[in-house]
Design a protein around this ligand. Structure first.
Ligand SMILES: [Cu+2]
Length: 654
């Protein structure tokens, strides 16, 4: 069973268990001894089931169960045991007509309710707090359960006589309505106070973590504003000067619908930027009328930090009427893209994106047809749909797939076999021929597919819909390609694809190691409490910076405790994938800038800290980033003159 399925099952046991215990308490209070007894047994069974799911989950990693093992289960098991011991015998006596003891029945009823509160508290702690569990959280949870138990005891009317040996005329104990309100009010007050206290702790100044390496040195600091690109091309390269204007424009989608887009140069995608290895890329961005501000971030391109386009961190946002000059050497070959990083969850979706392709200086095997496929979804339809290309049979075709959306996309190439030659711009080693396999691309990710054009049509499906047609002749029929059930195809696993070769990186031991546990929970985001997308229980900007030093080998363990996919993206550095769920990467060395961490997955990645700066490290599901899931990786000795509450500029100015 997958970790995600186990997590759901564990939630189910917790909620059903809480329901059973509370129902047992209510039925006991209403004088239904038999029903209460049955519910007590159900509660015990569900508690055991939960213990089982927690035990299995523990095998998947401590991060998945920490709060359950340290708090939820001990609390629940104790309460359940007490309920069984205290409530069981009197209920049984009552149900079988044996002599009754009202005092004991009353204590049993309180114990049954308390087991319900304990089950509920465990669930709430898992749901709202998760990893890591802190002592204040544990104390609040235990306090709320104890307070609820006390209030329940107080709200149950005391028995007047302890009836022994005869049937009580007024069977059962009734809960007064006022009593219930008292319980609810008291518990809510305690819970709210505790939650408020926790949140104020979570919004405290974040500081930094050092990942097992040394702390900050006293070296003189360099400003990111001074970490700029060179102003000359490499020998043999040329200067590629582009002027790009951000402006609002109507964009016609393939569906025929016009959308009010935010664009680079009036189109979405924006201008197709190209360069050859060694060229100097120079882009002058002018903001015409995007009131919110705009920048250009070079996704996956390891530019100097001052060129990275993160407002409030590497530059101020470019306001209407302003301009910014980006300059960097095109020393990485491959398929990349650019997008605004200001309020990016809105700006990118509305159209502020484009493709950057850098060709090698000498290409021994250029494709006859080279096509970029920047998949993007607007409200109103897809930006790439029903595109037609003609490629003579026997010619070579390269498709550069770019996922500019916030959700993963599933590509399927029907009608031909193919090879995946590059991932996130970087070439794979020994990529083998494959067919009838789908290629999953994380939000922000890229894949380059090459194939030799067959005699019949080839269709590129995106999530089951044909986005691109390639035909050997303009009038070639759709043929078999159109009728393929690509949804049934397996997904190509990049961790086993291609040939393993040595990498120029010390992977066995890292200088620093950071764990990022991704989840949802109650946290402060931009100064407000929210049901946030969290990293280690906190939301931006209250997540501690990760401190590294130039030259460090840095390892990340990225754990997804949540039930949503998180495409993890570190700026300025590609990461080498070491393993997923403990399975080592055994194919081609896999360098990625965005890797999809699906629910329940654990990824180990490593990179070399060789690009000084202060870098965003975030989920590339951009709404998730906006809801708190981003932090900064900071090099020792680097500072930024740009600041503000919204260092990543994901919020609209108010
Ligand atoms: Cu996410």
């Amino acid at each position: 069973m997958t970790t995600a399925a186990l997590t759901v099952l564990d939630h189910a046991w917790a909620l059903l268990g809480a329901g059973a215990w509370l129902a047992a308490g209510v039925t006991a209070a209403l004088g239904r001894a038999r029903a209460a007894l049955v519910l007590l047994v159900a509660g015990l069974v569900l508690t055991l089931a939960k213990a089982g799911s927690v035990a299995v989950l523990a095998g998947r990693g401590w991060w998945f169960v920490q709060e359950k093992v340290l708090l939820g289960m001990p609390l629940l098991a104790t309460a359940a045991l007490v309920a069984a011991v205290v409530a069981g015998p009197p209920l049984r006596a009552w149900a079988t007509g044996a002599p009754r003891r009202l005092g004991r029945e009353r204590a049993g009823t309180v114990a049954l309710f308390t087991a319900g509160y304990a089950a509920l508290a465990g669930f709430v702690v898992t749901y709202l707090v998760g990893y890591p569990l802190t002592l204040p959280t544990a104390l609040i949870a235990v306090g709320v359960v104890a307070a609820a138990a006390l209030l329940t005891a107080r709200s149950l009317p005391a028995p007047h006589v302890d009836v022994v040996g005869e049937e009580a005329p007024n069977a059962g104990l009734s809960l007064s309505r006022r009593g219930f309100l008292g319980v609810a009010g008291g518990v809510v007050a305690i819970g709210a106070t505790g939650t408020g206290a926790s949140l104020s702790v979570l919004s405290a100044a974040p500081g930094h973590t050092v990942g097992g390496g040394p702390g900050p040195s006293r070296r003189p600091t360099v400003s990111v504003a001074d970490l700029r690109g060179p102003d000359t091309p490499a020998p043999g390269g040329v200067r590629r000067a582009y002027g790009v204007t951000a402006r609002k424009a109507a964009v016609r989608l393939p569906s025929g619908q016009d959308v009010d887009a935010w664009t680079f140069d009036g189109a979405a995608p924006g201008p197709h930027l190209t360069a050859t290895e060694g060229d100097l890329v120079e882009v002058r961005l002018v903001n015409q009328d995007i009131d919110e501000g705009v920048t250009m971030h070079w996704h996956g391109y390891d530019v100097p930090c001052g060129e990275d386009g993160v407002p409030g961190l590497s530059q101020p946002a470019v306001a209407p009427g302003d301009a910014f000059l980006y300059r960097f050497r095109a020393d990485q070959v491959g398929t990349y893209w650019y997008h605004t990083h200001y309020a990016s969850h809105v700006g990118v979706r509305r159209g502020l994106y484009g493709v950057l392709v850098v060709a090698p200086r000498t290409d021994p095997d250029p494709a006859d047809l080279d096509v970029v496929v920047p998949v993007h979804t607007f409200t109103g339809g897809a930006a790439v749909a029903g595109v037609e290309h003609v490629a003579a049979a026997g010619s070579s075709v390269r498709l550069r797939l770019v996922n500019t959306d916030s959700d993963p996309r599933r590509f399927a190439l029907a009608g031909t076999s193919y090879r995946v030659v590059a991932v996130d711009g970087r070439d794979l080693q020994g990529p083998g021929e494959t067919s009838r396999t789908a290629v999953r691309v994380a939000a922000g990710g890229r894949r380059d597919l090459v194939f030799v054009m067959p005699e019949t049509a080839v269709a590129l499906f995106v999530d089951g819909v044909v986005a691109v047609w390639l035909r050997p002749r303009p009038d070639a029929p759709d043929g078999e390609a159109a009728t393929q059930d690509t949804a049934a195809w397996p997904e190509l696993d990049l961790l086993t694809y291609g040939t393993s070769t040595p990498v120029p990186l010390r992977t066995a031991s890292a200088d620093r190691q950071f764990t990022l546990v991704l989840d949802r929970g109650l946290a402060m985001v931009d100064g407000r409490p929210a049901f946030a997308q969290t990293v280690n229980g906190r939301g931006h900007p209250s997540i501690p910076d990760q401190l590294v030093a130039e030259g460090d080998v840095v390892r990340f363990t990225v754990v997804n405790r949540s039930l949503e996919t998180h495409p993890w993206h570190l700026h300025g550095h590609p990461v080498l994938i070491l393993s997923r769920n403990g399975q080592p990467s055994s194919g081609s060395p896999l360098w990625m800038d965005t890797f999809d961490v699906r629910p329940g997955e654990v990824w180990e990645v490593v990179f070399q800290a060789n690009n000084p700066g202060i870098w965003m490290n975030h989920c590339h599901n951009l709404p998730h980033a906006d809801q708190g899931m981003m932090l900064r990786l900071r090099y020792d000795g680097v500072s930024t003159p740009f600041h503000g509450a919204h260092a990543a500029g994901h919020r609209h100015p108010s």
